[in-house]
Every structure is written in structure tokens, then in C-alpha cells.
Design a protein around this ligand. Structure first.
Ligand SMILES: Nc1ncnc2c1ncn2[C@@H]1O[C@H](COP(=O)(O)OP(=O)(O)OP(=O)(O)O)[C@@H](O)[C@H]1O
Length: 293
């Protein structure tokens, strides 16, 4: 079943075509990561799907409804992670989670959410005293307290320390295991690789590539790089489509362990940067001066 369907979506701001004819389907239960450089149109797309922004053209369906005309019942089925805890400085995370939970029909238990986002120690402290990363955890907690079927996460781990990011990934995997559909935007390629079933890369409001993280842009069939250190001749690097064969040959040559052996394939970040390269800095390149002959 399709949770989100987008056909020919267009959004313009003055002369800027922020979203320029986007087509995309996201399946129920899928974790989908939308990737793209700054200004690619990710937030605009997500805000249209959330019903917070009007579109200029195209068809959009989210959980079977058009977000531009959706009602409160529909809104209760989706979870949105906003930068919402600002302005609530005198309250505590537990207070704001408890009052938000009351607006939903079947909310999660406040204690469960506090634990899921790792805010146990700060649950009863004023929000004013929370760090940036702790506030973001609260935002995530507010986004999931209503037990939504679909969660929108716009750059959810910005400002998280490495441990908090790992904890958050565990939380997302848990939601996905319960069947929650998740649409995530992120600039962290490792996050997309860890979490997403599929990724979509957009630039200038258009979809450039759509695949699993492992296959994006033909990644799975790209050559591997094998490096090793030879005591006599120094470091060697070879690109090959048959790395096992090369490593087997090296193992024979060195009679066992190959010194400082590394076998690597292009990372998702390498592939992503290659995909977006033609679209980055468009229009902002300095005009080269003509050199007189
Ligand atoms: N309210 C607005 N008014 C005018 N232009 C806007 C507005 N919101 C976004 N834009 C423009 O639309 C384009 C897409 O912006 P958007 O915020 O959707 O990109 P993004 O992919 O989410 O970027 P980032 O990764 O920086 O968050 C940009 O050129 C941006 O300047």
C-alpha cells in the first residue's frame, strides 16, 4: 500500500522553482530518506506533505488524503517533528509531553517516550535548561507521542552527539519494526544508509536518483579499491571488480596476512556527491574573464 503519493508537484517562490515536477511514491512501513543539497526543495516538499504549505501544481496523497484539505482526524495519524519546544522554557519535558498526549486518541505512555528519546534525567527539569540536542530529543518525543502511522523527520539528528544519534537510530528502527512509515530528510549520509529502505536524491526541486542505499547510482556494481602495504615497495592501491580474487592472490603472495589490507567500495557519500555535482553551485559560478589572444 502507498502511504505517500506525489505526482507532478510544483512549488514556486517568485522566480525560484523550489519543487519542479516531483513524482514519488513511498510505501506503507517504509523508511524513506530524502537527500539533497541546501535549497534542493526537501523542506518545501515535506511541508506540503504535512499540509503546512500550499502547492502550485500536482497531486499529493498522504494516508489517502490531500494534505491541503485534510482534517484533524488525519492530522492525528501523522507525527511531525517541529522545532516546537522553543517558547516553552518554563515547562518541563514531562509536562509538555503529558499535555500533548491528551490531544491524541491512543497516545504512547509518557514514560515510554521519555525513555525512548533518552530524556529520563531531564524529564522534570525546565526546558530552559536543556541543551540544543536535548531539546531536539524532546521535539522527536513530541512527534511520536500520538502513536502516528506516518512520521515526518526533517533533519532530526542535527546537533546530536554521536551516542545520541546511535540511540535515535535505535528509536527509528523500533518505530519501523512496529510498521510506522517514516519520511526523513538528512544531510548525514551514514544516517540514511543506516536507516533507510530507499533514498531519493533531489536537486533544484527534481528527483535525480531513487534506489536502496546499496544500489543508488549503480553503487553496487562500482569497482572496489584494495590497498595494502608492501615492506619493500610501500603502499599499493588497485581498483578491481573482482576484489576476492585479488585478495586471494595477495594472501598467497604474503603467505597469510596481507599487511594493512583494506578493501573498500564507494561510500553512499561518494555516490551522492557524484550525483549532485552537476547541480551544485549552478548560477553562482564566477563568469570567467575573456583572455585576449
Ligand atoms: N518561504 C520562502 N520564501 C521564498 N523562498 C523560499 C521559501 N522557502 C524556501 N524557499 C526557497 O526554495 C528553495 C528550496 O528550499 P527548501 O527549504 O525546500 O530546501 P531544502 O532542500 O530543505 O534545503 P536545506 O537542506 O538547506 O534545509 C530554496 O531556494 C529556498 O531559498
Amino acid at each position: 500500500m502507498t502511504a505517500i503519493s506525489i505526482r507532478g508537484l510544483v512549488k514556486t517562490y517568485g522566480a525560484t522553482r523550489a519543487v519542479d515536477g516531483l513524482d514519488l511514491d513511498i510505501e506503507t512501513g517504509e523508511v524513506f530518506a530524502l537527500l539533497g543539497p541546501n535549497g534542493a526543495g526537501k523542506s518545501t516538499t515535506v511541508e506540503i506533505l504535512e499540509g503546512f504549505r500550499d502547492r502550485d501544481a500536482g497531486e499529493v496523497s498522504v494516508l489517502g488524503a490531500d494534505p491541503a484539505r485534510a482534517d484533524r482526524l488525519w492530522r492525528n495519524r501523522i507525527g511531525i517533528v517541529l522545532q516546537s519546544s522553543s517558547g516553552l522554557d518554563l515547562l518541563t519535558p514531562r509536562e509538555i509531553l503529558t499535555s500533548t498526549a491528551k490531544t491524541y486518541a491512543a497516545p504512547r505512555a509518557v514514560d515510554d517516550v521519555v525513555a525512548a528519546v533518552g530524556l529520563e534525567e531531564k524529564a522534570d527539569s525546565r526546558i530552559a535548561g536543556l541543551s540544543g540536542g536535548q531539546r531536539r530529543r524532546l521535539d522527536v518525543g513530541l512527534g511520536i507521542i500520538g502513536r502516528p502511522e506516518l512520521v515526518f523527520l526533517d533533519e532530526p539528528t542535527t546537533g546530536f552527539d554521536p551516542q545520541a544519534r546511535r540511540d535515535f537510530w535505535g528509536l527509528i528502527r523500533g518505530l519501523a519494526a512496529e510498521g510506522t512509515t517514516i519520511l526523513l530528510t538528512t544531510h548525514y549520509l551514514d544516517e540514511a544508509e543506516q536507516l533507510a529502505d530507499r533514498v531519493g536524491v533531489i536537486a533544484a526541486g527534481r528527483l535525480l536518483a531513487l534506489d536502496t542505499p546499496a544500489n543508488l547510482g549503480g553503487r553496487a556494481s562500482e569497482e572496489a579499491t584494495v590497498t595494502w602495504l608492501d615492506e619493500a615497495s610501500g603502499r599499493h592501491t588497485e581498483k578491481t571488480s573482482t576484489p576476492t580474487e585479488l585478495v586471494t592472490r595477495l594472501a598467497e603472495q604474503y603467505h597469510g596476512e596481507v599487511p594493512e589490507l583494506v578493501v573498500s567500495r564507494p561510500t553512499l557519500e561518494d555516490t551522492y556527491l557524484r550525483l549532485i555535482a552537476p547541480h551544485v553551485g549552478q548560477g553562482s559560478e564566477p563568469i570567467a574573464e575573456e583572455v585576449p589572444a
